[in-house]
Design a protein around this ligand. Sequence first.
Ligand code: R5P
Length: 322
Amino acid sequence: MPFHCQFRPPSGAVEEPQVSDMLLFSGRANEPLGRAVAAALGIAPGRCLIENFPDGEVRVQVEEDVQGRDIYLLQPTCPPVAARLLELLLIADGCRKAGARRLTGIVPYYGYARQDRRSRSGEPLAARLLADLLCTRLDRLVLTDLHNPAIEGFFAVAVEQLSAVPLLAEGLRPGLSAAHILVAPDQGAVKLAQGYADRLGLDIAYVHKERQSGTRVAIRRLIGEVAGRKPVIVDDMISTGGTVASTIEMLLAKGCRPEVILVASHALLVGQAAERLAGLPVRRLITTDSLPQPLSRPFSVEVLSLAPLLAETVTRLHRGAP
Ligand code: R5P
């Protein structure tokens, strides 16, 4: 009588997690990135209905069997921040209630990160509040180029911090010469600029910025020799464009060449920011797809995808590898 030999792992041995145990859902904040990460993982994005009730409330229906599975939820908390945050929490809640084994939030842009300290009594600590809310439903977070890496300490769950600097530095490299100089547009960006300098071997200048309101900043001083150089301004994010616009004015006043490159992990470009920058000698903007980018801008924008980095991270986390 024939017999079949079937391999079984010895009892007690840990079985390698399979990609089939994993599901990736995307909220509505950045569906193209969700699809790109799923494609890089070789899986289809998880099916999840997300719509608005007539009164504006969000209705979520997770349409996959999540019982016992390792779930990844991709959603940057970009504008409208409150709506995107709530949507993420609702999807997480739907998965949690349906028996998901582990929930990881992939938040490539983390909104409210700039409000990470209280400068006056009566102010909230918004970055901490968001972390607390996310920790009510998620077991782990994957975050990219946080405004301040120390925000990780606000989370009561494991956090995987990623950086887009290696990706952006390679996008920036072609066409660079010794005439280029990296510029950190505030003290917070100096460490970031150092990361680019280490990869690209460029000098760094930095400015001393004072924020006067949500849209206005004052540049007090510039440290570094920029006359005759081509500036490459690097920052974690560009929102209204006020910071880079004031920095460019200062650089021009100090004699730098009117050929500016901007590099930012997160290009929000809210309101009239794009028009504001288009009126300045900006040659290129290099950014990522951490949040959705429109197809056209009034100046040259190169969008480098985070999908390969995120997919590699998900694969590593799913396998439990360090
Ligand atoms: C602030 O500290 C950040 O690093 C950016 O410099 C800032 O958020 C940019 O904002 P805006 O474009 O509105 O000046």
